[in-house]
Design a protein around this ligand. Structure first.
Ligand code: 4AD
Ligand code: MG
Length: 507
């Protein structure tokens, strides 16, 4: 008994001693890494700090300008030329990864408040200056798309990635604060929610030699899921099932569209946020969409001002070379603030068509696609005219003709229109699409037939209208369209880390 007690005491002592060493180790500056973001606002001058990051500039063989991604701002580390030889510095170059230990000091240089006086450093990964493609100069966005594996190391893309993160966080916060439940909807699906037929097939069948039916068509019964499946274009239909049990839900997932549109606003893989709310009507839906957008923009203004300031300046520099009439009237921050501060305009599709038919570009034949009769599908140039020229603010268009919208939308009493809504933003056009949903079983069944959707494929969705149906509404916000708006970037391929678009899936 005694022996055991002594033994355990000794063991305990050894354990305490070991954990002390460990604690001292983690507390000592030698192993504790600080983020550049924290150091830039620190005034703990004289303390020893460790930073790790990538060299942005190396000036006069003495000043290492380092960035670690925590902030748009860099930190300057000053080498003591009496203590380091040229040989030791030979691997310091733009793009190299370094660990630097030194004293945090108030900076005497302009443009920075602190700097590090280097005591020791290690080049963790050299970057051959002859071969490293990212030099400290302005590269075109087109070129950066070709080196998407390295572009997160630029100011523009690191700012965008930090903003994407902030927006993701704010989206969850917005819905969580309002009692919504986040639901994960499937990525592989057997249904085409939007009915546009622009889906990517998911199959494990042998592409060269698929099993065939007697009539020569592919026998998907023998495929992995025993039926034809695709990547989802929207989580909405499954989201509705959850809303009709949980009340308020939202999804936030990747969506896929095989539309062959090589535009600056379309991706083949993009992220969508889709709230769905039981007992909401189309007006509640509009209110939620407007509050949501304003919340996200305010969040960015309140939490990511450094990155937004940088992007604002980037845009101003880019616009310098443009003729005056092509420049934006407001800078990025003014534009974002104006969206937060002003009420969105709300008009019906019928009113929108009236405005367009009376517009100058229509009368002068300046629209590429002429404005047709009632029932015609507005093109992005028409949406842009409404928000940028006519109203000069965000616009929500409602009550579209049933024939140009999806099968699930609530049919209005006029027998022609549905309770749809599109939110249009300046410079972007459509950023949100949504509607109140048809909750009447017979009407919904008739709509599926009209849109040639087989009952055997959609019976589970129809079932919710047979058992405890309820009025409900929801919408989808395209995350990258939001990022375009907030960042002021012009091409959607520049607001997602690794874009997927026709003939583009390299990284
Ligand atoms: O208007 P859409 O097609 O609506 C739906 O998918 C509905 N099921 C949403 C719902 O009611 N729950 O798409 C919604 C939004 C668009 O407004 C746009 O912002 C974005 O998704 N979007 C795209 N973004 C990037 N690339 C594409 N190819 C996009 N297609 C749509
Ligand atoms: Mg749409």
């Amino acid at each position: 008994m005694r022996l055991t007690a002594v033994k355990s005491f000794k063991l305990l002592r050894t354990f305490i001693a070991q954990s002390k060493v460990k604690t001292m180790g983690t507390n000592s500056a030698a192993s504790k890494q600080s983020s550049i973001k924290t150091l830039l606002t620190s005034s703990a001058f004289g303390t020893e700090v460790v930073v790790k990051g990538w060299v942005r500039f190396f000036r006069s063989n003495r000043f290492v300008i380092l960035n670690d991604g925590s902030s748009i701002h860099n930190i300057q580390a000053v080498l003591n030329l009496d203590k380091v030889s040229a040989e030791e510095c030979k691997h310091i170059s733009v793009g190299a990864c370094m660990s630097i230990t030194g004293q945090l000091m108030a900076s005497t240089g302009t443009g920075q408040s602190v700097e590090i006086h280097v005591a020791s450093f290690e080049v963790l990964g050299a970057a051959d200056p002859e071969k490293y493609p990212l030099q400290p100069k302005k590269h075109s966005l087109e070129f950066l798309r070709e080196i998407a594996h390295l572009r997160p190391r630029t100011n523009t893309f690191s700012a965008i990635l930090r903003l994407r993160h902030a927006m993701t966080f704010a989206i969850h916060q917005f819905y969580n604060d309002r009692g919504f439940i986040n639901v994960h909807t499937p990525i592989i699906t057997g249904s085409d929610c939007e009915g546009a037929g622009e889906m990517f097939r998911v199959t494990t069948l042998d592409a060269k030699n698929p099993p065939l039916k007697e009539d020569g068509s592919v026998d998907y019964k023998q495929d992995f899921f025993g039926k034809e499946t695709n990547l989802t274009v929207s989580g909405q239909l499954n989201g509705e099932l959850a809303a009709l049990a949980l009340g308020k839900i939202y999804t936030f997932g990747p969506t896929f569209r095989a539309e062959n549109s090589n535009t600056s606003r379309h991706l083949a893989e993009f992220w969508m946020i889709e709230p769905e709310v039981a007992f909401n009507d189309i007006t509640d839906n509009m209110d939620l969409a407007e509050d949501f957008l304003k919340y996200l923009i305010s969040y960015a203004l309140n939490n990511n001002l450094d990155d937004l300031e940088f992007l604002k300046q980037r845009l101003l520099d880019e616009e310098k070379d443009k003729p005056k009439e092509q420049r934006n009237e407001m800078d990025l921050l003014e534009k974002l603030r104006s969206v937060v501060e002003n009420k969105f305009e709300r008009i019906t599709y019928t009113e929108a068509i009236e405005i367009l038919r009376n517009s100058k570009p229509h009368k002068n034949g300046k629209f590429q696609f002429p404005v047709g009769d009632w029932g015609f599908d507005m093109q992005s140039e028409h949406e842009k005219y409404l928000v940028e020229k006519h109203f000069k603010k965000p616009v929500i268009v409602t009550n579209y003709p049933a024939a140009i919208k999806a099968f699930y939308m609530k049919q209005n009493d006029d027998g022609k229109t549905v309770a749809a809504m599109d939110v249009l933003l300046p410079g972007i056009g459509e950023i949100i699409g949504g509607s109140q949903r048809e909750d009447n079983y017979e009407k919904l069944l008739a709509a599926t037939q009209k849109f040639n959707i087989a009952e055997k494929d959609i019976w589970w969705y129809l079932d919710t209208r047979r058992f405890g149906t309820a009025p409900h509404a929801g919408f989808g916000l395209g995350f990258e369209r939001l990022m375009l708006f907030i960042s002021g970037m012009g091409n959607i391929r520049d607001v997602i880390p690794f874009p997927r678009a026709p003939k583009t899936a390299e990284f």
